[in-house]
Design a protein around this ligand. Structure first.
Ligand code: NAD
Length: 504
């Protein structure tokens, strides 16, 4: 593996039908090390013809893979899991190198991904069906789960290891074959992970990788042999994927963006809530769909928690994550994205927000070309402001003020999104009211980032999710399988059977 800050370009091959291949005939898009701004690879922008090759390879592998007993599929997954553990540090470094997050954050990214493989290892139990004997007199009924065929995953840049692993381990465990289109901004970790699956003994064509952007995605959405599509990314793209995919008869689960609210009650423990809010707002430089990007200080919390929050934000050290010592926070994904985040901060200030912690002018002398924004707090944010409406996806915390719990819940429920929301309080009744009334799919009580783990659905609502069945947990298994219900009756034993005397 190249050193984490190597200057040589990594190859970025496609993987069709078990063959790794460089695609040289198409335009490419650069993959950066955001810590330094260096280009570390060029991702090919594959065409519809490449997509067709990938899908055909997956379709050809499907009949044999579907007939492979679930326990044999699980054995390959167990080996895959062991290889992921053996190569843990390499995957962590690869994630940091192409994404920019800290090594600690990349460890979380890889660990959450491995947990999905662990979940998928239980596939013989997860696939078990249901049976009712004597549904009517002498008639039995059973429901079993069968795979769909070729499934597709299209993933975002912000969790290079975890998000693809939300999708294909479960799909493949259930007997489907797969085409992954990783983010063109972070394709390298996906390649490493797939090579480990190959080494674990995955048959050729069961998993395929194609690279690219809109053209490749649109070809996947409309390909007649694709049965199901999993998407994770921004809300406008998630909506497009859902609408186009379903229009072409595919099953679709499509996770979108978010703006998550954290309520800080006047009775909240100051140290714990500051730690929770800081981690939620600035972890992974705010590039998380579960980022707690809006803190609502309720009543007296503006006098206790808010000053401590501002002080803690000013202490966050930003810098390159591809070397030691590690900073608290890394760069954002691209130069364009950094500029967009800075523009949104400017808009917030112009529209009347205060800026008690200002990350705009941050200088990182040891990596002057990295894509840095310092941790920023915009205070006195109002609902109509641009920064309150747009998902910033950067290290920017909006602070809003409300006089009581009811008003704070009402404010949070005005958001069109619905991924997560959290409350910091010592009061059980306040927590219970919040849990009951908040309109989003993942709720935290004294937890800054209430992201569900492998065994539970990753459960966005509203404009944060389009579809019915979420990724992760049993909903994931349901998404990747279709039920077959068989009703059976046997009238009599066969003529001439001597080993049984039929009772009249
Ligand atoms: P993105 O929407 O720009 O890209 C996601 C994927 O879609 C990429 O593979 C990209 O190539 C493809 N794509 C982009 N534009 C497209 C278009 N017009 N047509 C077809 N395909 C297109 O998202 P991103 O910037 O990579 O990731 C950040 C976003 O992902 C944020 O909005 C974040 O909230 C969201 N996200 C959501 C979840 C969740 O579970 N809800 C998890 C992680 C990230």
């Amino acid at each position: 593996m190249p050193a984490i800050n190597s200057k040589t370009l990594d190859p970025c091959p496609v993987w069709f039908g078990g063959e790794w291949r460089n695609v040289n005939s198409v335009p490419t898009t650069p993959v950066h090390n955001p810590s330094t701004g260096d280009v570390i690879a060029e991702a090919p922008l594959c065409t519809a013809a490449h997509v067709n090759e990938a899908v055909e390879a997956a379709a050809a592998a499907f009949p044999a893979w579907m007939e492979t007993p679930p326990v044999e599929r699980a054995r390959i997954l167990f080996k895959f899991r062991a290889l992921l553990e053996e190569n843990f540090d390499d995957l962590v470094r690869s994630t940091t190198r192409e994404h920019g997050k800290t090594l600690v954050e990349s460890r979380g990214d890889v660990k959450r991904g491995i947990e999905m493989v662990e979940f998928a290892c239980g596939v013989p139990s997860l696939l078990m069906g249901e049976i009712l004997e004597n549904m009517a007199r002498g008639i039995d009924c059973e429901a079993i789960r069968q795979p769909l065929g070729v499934c597709v995953g299209i993933t975002p840049f912000n969790f290079p290891c975890m998000v693809p692993l939300w999708m294909y381990p479960v799909a493949i465990a259930c007997g489907n074959t797969y085409v992954l289109k990783p983010s063109e901004k972070v394709p390298l970790t996906s390649i490493k992970v797939a090579k480990l699956f190959e080494k674990a003994g995955l048959p050729k064509g069961v998993l395929n990788i194609v690279h690219g952007g809109r053209e490749a995605v649109d070809a996947l959405l409309t390909h007649p042999k694709v049965k199901a599509i999993s998407f994770v990314g921004s809300t406008p793209t998630a909506r497009h994927i859902y609408e186009t995919g379903t229009k072409h008869g595919k099953r679709v689960q499509s996770n979108g963006g978010a703006k998550n609210f954290t309520l800080i009650m006047p009775d909240a423990d100051v140290d714990n809530s500051v730690r929770g809010v800081i981690e939620a707002a600035f972890g992974c430089a705010g590039e998380r769909c579960m980022a707690g990007s809006t803190a609502v200080v309720v009543g007296g919390a503006e006098k206790t928690v808010l000053p401590a929050l501002i002080e803690a934000t000013k202490r966050i050290k930003v810098g390159p994550t591809d070397r030691d010592p590690q900073p608290d926070m890394g760069a954002v994904i691209t130069r364009q994205h950094r500029d967009r985040v800075l523009q949104l901060i400017e808009a917030g200030v112009k529209e009347g927000a205060k800026i008690p912690a200002d990350g705009r002018g941050v200088k990182v002398s040891e990596a002057p070309n990295g894509f840095y924004v310092g941790a920023t707090i915009l205070d006195q944010v109002q609902l109509g402001m641009t920064v309150a409406k747009e998902e910033v996806f950067g290290p920017v915390l909006n602070v809003m003020h409300m006089e009581d719990l009811d008003a704070a819940i009402e404010l949070a429920n005005k958001s069109p999104f619905g991924n997560g929301a959290s409350i910091f309080t010592r009061n059980g009744k306040a927590a219970r009211e919040f849990k009951h009334r908040i309109r989003c799919g993942m709720v935290g009580i004294n937890i800054g980032v209430p992201a569900s783990m492998a065994w539970f659905p990753f459960n966005g609502w509203n404009d944060s999710f389009f579809g019915d069945l979420h990724m992760q947990g049993r909903e994931g298994v349901q998404f990747f399988t279709q039920l077959k219900v068989t009703t059976s009756r046997w009238f009599s034993f066969s003529e001439g059977d001597v080993w049984h005397t039929e009772k009249k």
